[in-house]
Design a protein around this ligand. Structure first.
Ligand code: FE2
Length: 402
């Protein structure tokens, strides 16, 4: 079945210097020899009530999701002037559009006349947006340009009826927005030391292949599944665990963001060879994870899969947008099928294995409401994410020493 897995390209994209990659590979090789993994000093007990508490969820939405930059897509999806997509982000209707000046803008996808959702869900290319209700029309900067029958409607000062703008910045091939209109996004400070690592992935030079959406359960339940390799052999016996070792990973943190590297099974044979013949791209499962929910997998490879998970409209819902980017656009039907296979392989593993299990977790929460979850020492990145959530809600700094 290994032929169904994404390919590793030897001598692939050098998102990490060989020196840095080799130091990670040394840690992974040591973990394989000693049957260890990077670990936290202690277990972490998380009260299950923290998942179920509606007031806490509302605080998270207000004090985290309306206060920090949220990744919402990739620059490659909206590469050309006029390219747009719409999405419902944490209960708000959003348009992302690349304007005439090439700048990415985020706006509330709601007509200023009668609050009709301006554009249906989807993506495309446009020079103007026209509301389906009364045909009020806006340009791609969000300026109101047309009001039909204005002599009967009454005069409209168009300056006062622009689409509501949200802060929006592109960095390293990703689009970040703020859900609070006048907030200072502070994107460079927020990304901090992970930014050069994201830039080194050079995903801004990639071609967009596909984006698929996947509804899921509560955002923290879903998040917990992204950040450890302890579950690979049991939950992913026929998929991820065919190529990845279970419970053998490194963690490096950059403020709230992390880099997980999972030991691939190819490392066993590589360790038999002299160290200077090791090829990091063939033995490392590199995943960058940007708080609060963007996982970037496969940065050393031809194909990168980016999963962006954000809360939905209620406590029990999240939404994930999973995007596949390609370093080289497919030239032949065979290359197209290979890319399709990678995208579908990732999506199916998430949908049928991770998200199915996490929905079962959510369904189990109420039955153990007075108990706690224990996050193991080996689930160090999960602990890190919960610590970041705690700090944000306590208004403590998330960068700096831990
Ligand atoms: Fe998983």
């Amino acid at each position: 079945m290994t032929e169904t897995l994404p390919q590793y390209t030897s001598g692939a994209h050098t998102a990490l210097s060989r020196e840095e990659a080799m130091s990670i590979l040394d840690r992974l090789a040591s973990h394989l020899r000693n049957q260890t993994t990077d670990m936290a000093p202690e277990q972490l007990k998380v009260p299950i009530s923290e998942y179920l508490d509606q007031d806490l969820w509302e605080r998270e939405i207000k004090e985290i999701f309306h206060a920090i930059p949220l990744p919402v897509g990739t620059s490659a999806e909206l590469a050309n002037v006029g390219d747009f997509k719409t999405m419902r982000v944490v209960g708000k209707e959003i348009i992302l559009v690349r304007g005439k000046d090439g700048t990415m803008r985020a706006m509330i996808n709601v007509c200023r006349h009668r609050a009709m959702k301006l554009l249906p869900d989807g993506c495309g290319s446009a020079r103007r947006f026209t509301c389906g209700y009364h045909s009020w029309t806006y340009d791609t900067d969000g300026k109101l340009t047309g009001v039909p029958g204005e002599d009967t409607f009454g005069e409209v000062n168009k300056e006062d009826y622009s689409l509501v703008q949200l802060p929006c910045e592109e960095r390293a091939g990703f689009i970040f927005i703020g859900l609070t209109p006048d907030m200072d996004l502070g994107i460079d400070a927020w990304l901090g030391e992970v930014l050069p690592h994201l830039e080194a992935l050079e995903l801004d030079k990639c071609t967009h292949f596909t984006t698929k959406t996947l509804p899921g359960p509560n955002w923290k339940v879903t998040l917990d599944g992204y950040l450890e390799g302890y579950h690979f052999s049991s939950l992913h016996a026929k998929t991820v665990a065919l190529t990845n070792h279970t419970n053998r990973m490194t963690l490096d943190s950059f403020g709230p963001h992390v880099r997980n590297v999972f030991a691939l099974k190819t490392l066993d044979a590589m360790m038999e060879k002299p160290r200077d013949e090791w090829d990091p791209a063939e033995a490392m499962g590199l995943v960058y994870w940007v708080f609060p929910g963007m996982a970037i997998a496969g940065g050393l490879r031809e194909r990168t899969v980016i999963s962006i998970m954000l809360p939905g409209d209620s406590w029990s819902e999240s939404m994930t947008w999973q995007t596949t980017l390609l370093r080289t656009p497919p030239q032949t039907p065979e290359e197209f099928l290979e890319a399709e296979k990678t995208a579908e392989w990732f999506f199916a593993a998430f949908r049928d294995e991770d998200y199915t299990a996490q929905t079962d977790v959510q369904n189990g929460l109420a039955s153990l409401a007075d108990k706690y979850m224990t996050i193991g020492r080996n689930e160090i990145a999960v602990q890190h994410a919960h610590e970041t959530i705690r700090r944000l809600l306590a208004h403590e700094p998330v960068h700096g020493p831990r």
